[in-house]
Every structure is written in structure tokens, then in C-alpha cells.
Design a protein around this ligand. Structure first.
Ligand code: AMP
Ligand code: ZN
Length: 488
């Protein structure tokens, strides 16, 4: 079966032809580790985890590179003194590399909780300063970049003058871009506002700095990804992924750097994952419209009426295609939990089903439909819909209304386990989910008992309940809408 991938560059689904038969090189932009990842970030990384798992399932040997951006990402205001790490280190009174370490650990912990597989290589920007300086020198030598006041910029107009086409990924017209840009981070150093930094001069306040031919400074964010992707995957590689919001300018700049630096476009298939929204608005740190994964799992939030297990979150995300927007809500999570429990029950009951001489269901055709979903641009919602067809069938066999042969049963157990656990990456923590519901019931009971104690002015009992729960790591919070709890 042939894999089709939607290529953001062409805007079409294309037949996937890897550079080297049987092998795939995939690069995904990793996190900027200056704060905790929110659930929206998790969605993008999970989308590519599903793609990574599917490619392996289809038999490819995948080299999956996902970087850690630990230097060079400026704040949205473009102020050079406000590199995200430097700004956060001032706020938390930590060394920038302590900030990097703290949030890299958090990132790994969160992804592990959602059962994401680690990439095969995870390079850091600070580990590749030398290569970034080398590529910058080459771009200057070839006339694609210029030094200005200790910083180096990519010359977008020169790039276009040579017939290369800046804006091809985001389909932006360069004149339009020039008209609409404010010079935020160039401070008058750039020839044109669209020119982007390859290297930035460090101001005296900037503590993350490296020596370079242009003085002390730090690398540009776009250049980091070009250097790390090509170092480990080659100057041309198969797949480059990231969130939709990185298309412009980040990925546009990567294309320009690749074409100017290596003579050709670096990527064969550009893949962009769509956004997670909450209350219909994109989840984002800067607007405050976000939830941290731990807040969802522990119940420490005002948005969801109960706690949900990481597998239910994963199931909810997998129910949407990676290119569709997904809005997270209490209702969506409750529905996902129901579906997840139904699926897990069927997986568990399948080995106990009686066998018959013949199956009353065409399993080969079903399996083919599942494979078609996977190879049609990684269509997880259609795969899940097919899994529920088989759940129906399993439940009918249990009721004696359908039959399954011994060989089909064996095949179905193996196939279902592969799709559910290996490809979708779900984990059977249904027992945990059920235990969570029980724990929730017990805690509500204790909260009510404490309320009664307070109504009876039995402060000793009320305090005892609160203190003993606290000792167990469960914090009660009294608010205007009643008492809630959170797990530490
Ligand atoms: P950052 O650490 O800001 O570079 O973001 C890490 C990844 O998360 C990038 O690929 C972003 O595109 C992605 N991302 C940011 N916000 C969202 C969102 N609301 N939904 C899905 N992905 C997101
Ligand atoms: Zn990147």
C-alpha cells in the first residue's frame, strides 16, 4: 500500500517517495525550553509521535530528529535584550542554563506521561554554535548575508534577485511582506525589514553569548533548525514538521537558508500540525488561554469538571486529524473517556470470546480499510472509526449474534493490539481511570463530611479532615463555588 502525505509546500496530497528506499529522515521543531509546555504544544508533538509510530508500522526505518531550542529565540517584542531565556532567568532568578534544564526536564516528563516515544536524536541549539557560525560565514561569502553592527542578516532581496522565491511555503508575496513589516529586531541595522537574523550581537546585559568572527553574540532561531536538521539528516531530507504557526517566518527562513547555503530546498515533504483551541481560541501562553498538562491530569483547574487520565487525553487528540483544529472542552473529554473505556473493554474481552468454524465478518477487508486510513495522510479519526466497527462486532460475538474463527481471532488480537497500543500509542490505564473515579467519589464524600462538621461547628473534625488529606498530598481549597481539591 502506498503512503500519501499532504505536503504544505504544494498544497496537495502526494505519493510519498523517500530519498532512500525503506528509510525516512524526519525533523520536527522542538520546544523553546523557557517555560512549561502547555497542552497545545503537547498536541503538536503528539501528532508527530503518531506519524513517527505509523511510519515505523509501515516498515520504514525512521531517523527522527527533534531539537531543543535552548538559545536564540527572541521574545515577541523583538527586543534583543529580551531573549526568552534571559528574560525568564531574570524573572526566576536562575542562570539561563538552569532555566533550560528545568524546562527540558518538564518537557520530557510531560511527553512521557502521554506515552510519546523519544526522538532518535535530540540535539540542542547551544551544542551546535560552531556549525551555525560556519554556515553564516558561508552565506556571507556567497553574498546571501551581510554583517551590520556585530549582527549578521540574511539578505532576502538578494535571494529573490537570484531567482529564488522567498515566501513560497506561506504563499506570501514579497512586496506585500515589505509593505507590512515593522522593523522590530533590526534596530535600523537591516537593509530591508524582511531580512532575518542569522547571528545577533549580544548587548552587555545578554548573558547567553558566544565568541564569533563578528564579536560576542548568539545564533538566530531559524538558523538553528537548518543546521541541526541537515547535520543529522543530510542537506536534503524527507519530512520536516512543526505546528502550523511555524510556517512563517520560521520554516520560510529555513527554506531560504537551505537554498542559499546548500543550493537546493532542504525538505521534500513539509508537514504542519494544526492547533489546539480552548473556548474557540488558540491555546497560547501569551494570551493566557492555556492549560498545563499537569493541571488537567490533577484536576487543579477551573475548566474541567473532573480529572482525566493521560490516555483519555491522547485518545481525544487522536480522534481529530492532525491537520484539523481541535477544540478541547469538558464535553469533548467526557465523550473521549466514554469511547476510550468502550475500546479498552473490547480489547480485554476479545481473547475470552468463543470461536466458531467460520467468521461472520470479513476481517481482511476491515484490516485493509484501516491500512488505507493510515496511509491516507495519517488519518487517525478514520482508523478510530474502524476500530469502533470492530468493537461492535466483538460485542455481538459476546452476545452470540456473530461468530469468529480461531485464525481470525488470533489475527484480530494481534492487529487490534498493534493499532491501539503501538500505532495510536494508547495505554491501558482504564483501571487507573476507574480508580480515579473512585478516588473522586471518596474525596467528595470527605468534602461533604467536612461541610457537615463545619455546619455543626465541629472545627476539630473539619481541620482534621483537611490536615490529614494535606499530609497525603491532597489539597482542599475553599472557594465561592464550594470546596475543590487538587492532587500534588
Ligand atoms: P514553542 O515552544 O513555542 O516553539 O512551540 C512548540 C510547538 O508547539 C511548535 O511546533 C508550535 O507550533 C506548537 N504549538 C504552539 N501552540 C500550539 C497550539 N495551540 N496547538 C498546537 N500546537 C501548538
Ligand atoms: Zn525549527
Amino acid at each position: 500500500m502506498q503512503l500519501k502525505i499532504y505536503n504544505s509546500l504544494s498544497g496537495e496530497k502526494e505519493l510519498f517517495k523517500p530519498l532512500k528506499e525503506g528509510y525516512v529522515g524526519m525533523y520536527v521543531c522542538g520546544p523553546t525550553v523557557y517555560s512549561n509546555v502547555h497542552l497545545g504544544n503537547v498536541r503538536t508533538f503528539m501528532s508527530f509521535d503518531f506519524i513517527f509510530r505509523t511510519l515505523k508500522y509501515l516498515g520504514y526505518k525512521v531517523r527522527y530528529v527533534r531539537n531543543i531550542t535552548d538559545a536564540g529565540h527572541l521574545t515577541d517584542d523583538g527586543n534583543v535584550d529580551n531573549d526568552r531565556f534571559v528574560k525568564q532567568s531574570r524573572l526566576e532568578k536562575l542562570e539561563p542554563m538552569e532555566i533550560v534544564q528545568k524546562y527540558t526536564v518538564d518537557f520530557h516528563k510531560v511527553l512521557e506521561m502521554f506515552n510519546l516515544q523519544p526522538p532518535t536524536i535530540e540535539p540542542t541549539a547551544t551544542g551546535h554554535i560552531l556549525e551555525q557560525i560556519q554556515l553564516t560565514e558561508k552565506l556571507i561569502k556567497d553574498g546571501f548575508a551581510y554583517e551590520s553592527n556585530g549582527s549578521v542578516y540574511f539578505d532576502v532581496l538578494e535571494y529573490n534577485r537570484r531567482g529564488l522565491n522567498y515566501g513560497e511555503l506561506s504563499r506570501r508575496n514579497i512586496e506585500e511582506l515589505f509593505a507590512n513589516t515593522r522593523d522590530l529586531d533590526g534596530q535600523g541595522e537591516k537593509r530591508n525589514p524582511q531580512d532575518f537574523a542569522l547571528w545577533k550581537k549580544a548587548s552587555p546585559a545578554h548573558i547567553m553569548r558566544w565568541a564569533s568572527p563578528w564579536g560576542n553574540g548568539f545564533p538566530g532561531w531559524h538558523l538553528e533548525c537548518t543546521v541541526m536538521s541537515t547535520k543529522y539528516l543530510g542537506e536534503e531530507f524527507d519530512i520536516h514538521g512543526g505546528g502550523m504557526d511555524l510556517k512563517f517566518p520560521h520554516h520560510e527562513c529555513e527554506i531560504a537558508q537551505g537554498k542559499a547555503g546548500h543550493g537546493h530546498s532542504p525538505v521534500r515533504y513539509w508537514m504542519h500540525a494544526n492547533m489546539l483551541t480552548m473556548n474557540g481560541q488558540r491555546m497560547s501562553k501569551s494570551t493566557g488561554n492555556y492549560i498545563l498538562p499537569m493541571q488537567l491530569i490533577s484536576g487543579e483547574n477551573n475548566f474541567f469538571e473532573k480529572v482525566f487520565s493521560p490516555s483519555v487525553v491522547r485518545f481525544c487528540f487522536m480522534q481529530a486529524h492532525y491537520r484539523s483544529v481541535l477544540d478541547i472542552s469538558n464535553e469533548a473529554m467526557l465523550a473521549a473517556e466514554k469511547g476510550f473505556v468502550r475500546l479498552m473493554e473490547a480489547v480485554k474481552v476479545l481473547p475470552t470470546l468463543p470461536i466458531s468454524e467460520k467468521s461472520s465478518f470479513d476481517l481482511q477487508t476491515w484490516k485493509k480499510t484501516c491500512e488505507e486510513a493510515l496511509t491516507d495522510d495519517f488519518n487517525s479519526p478514520i482508523l478510530i472509526a474502524q476500530l469502533f466497527e470492530i468493537v461492535k462486532f466483538i460485542n455481538l460475538i459476546k452476545d452470540g449474534k456473530e461468530t469468529i474463527s480461531a485464525t481470525d481471532k488470533e489475527m484480530l488480537i494481534a492487529t487490534l493490539n498493534t493499532y491501539v497500543f503501538d500505532v495510536l500509542g494508547l495505554e491501558d490505564n482504564q483501571q487507573n481511570a476507574q480508580n480515579n473515579d473512585k478516588l473522586d467519589g471518596v474525596l467528595q464524600m470527605l468534602i461533604n463530611m467536612r461541610l457537615e462538621a463545619r455546619a455543626n461547628k465541629d472545627w476539630a473534625l473539619s481541620d482534621k479532615i483537611r490536615d490529614e488529606l494535606k499530609a497525603l498530598g491532597i489539597q482542599l481549597k475553599d472557594g465561592k463555588d464550594g470546596t475543590s481539591y487538587s492532587l500534588e
